[in-house]
Every structure is written in C-alpha cells, then in structure tokens.
Design a protein around this ligand. Structure first.
Ligand code: THU
Length: 141
C-alpha cells in the first residue's frame, strides 16, 4: 500500500480539478471533481452527475469508484482519492460514498479534500467509516 508521495497528490488534485469542470450540477451548482489512484498508478476521474429527480444524483467520489471498477479495480485495492470543491472550506464525503469507498479501498486508503481556500482535510477510509457494514452469506465464515 505505502505512503502517497506529495507529487502524486498534486497530480490527483489536478485531475480532480479538471473533473469538476465536467460536473453536471444544474440543481445544486456545486461542481465536485474527484480522482482515484489505482494500484498500478492510473488515475481515474469522477464528477457529480445530478438529475431532475434529485435522489438519482451520483457524487463525484462514487462516479470515480464505479469508473475505476469498470477499468479493473477490485475490492480493497484503491489507494487514494482526491476530492476538489470550488468552496472556501473542504467538503467531507457523504455517507453513501463512505460506504462505497470502504468496499473498494484498503481501510488505510486515503481521502484528501481540497478547495479554493487554504485548508486541506485528509482521512483514512476507516476514519470516515469505522466498523463498515460488510455482507457475508450464512456459511461463508
Ligand atoms: N457531492 C459530491 O459529489 N461529493 C461530496 O463529497 C458531497 C456532495 C455532490 C452531490 C450533489 O451533486 C452536490 O454535491 C450537492 O450535494
């Protein structure tokens, strides 16, 4: 797993900023961008995609995870995700994204939130969702 170099974080943040430009957010106006780090070093972008039927909105983090899975990501493998919002304070991931990230990141996978202000927030996935729900069928041990 290992530490994420600052130069890699810089690249992830740059990708997340680009992704926010492609956000589809006519309802909220909050253009969120994310970039996920795959185990092989690839970076996968995501943006939030809203809908006139509000509940169908997909956050930038989940868009990045689902796209990474399409590109071959397996559970527990994602190393890091940067999330950019054009706000004065960093935004913290919603509960649905925490649950999805807990399945596809290592518990020590890192989440960094950046914005247009100076503050940066960083967590591990297990900081964001301790004791995450996992599903084991009866008899699976
Ligand atoms: N949103 C994200 O994409 N990621 C977050 O971490 C927080 C919220 C989106 C969902 C919705 O399109 C807009 O931001 C306002 O909630």
């Amino acid at each position: 797993m290992g530490r994420i170099d600052e130069s890699v974080w810089e690249d992830l943040v740059a990708e997340a900023r680009v992704a926010s430009k492609n956000a589809y957010c006519p309802e909220s106006g909050l253009a969120v961008g994310a970039a996920l780090l795959m185990p092989d070093g690839r970076m996968v972008p995501g943006s939030n995609v809203e809908n006139a039927s509000f509940g169908l909105t997909n956050c930038a983090e989940r868009t990045a995870v689902f796209s990474a899975v399409t590109g071959g990501l397996k559970p527990g493998e994602a190393r890091a995700i940067a999330v950019y919002t054009p706000t004065l304070e960093p935004v913290s991931p919603c509960g649905a994204c925490r649950q999805v990230m807990s399945e596809f990141f290592s518990p020590r996978g890192r989440v960094r939130a950046v914005c247009d202000g100076p503050e940066i927030k960083e967590w591990t996935v297990s900081d964001l969702l301790p004791d995450a729900f996992t599903f084991r069928k009866a008899g699976d041990g």
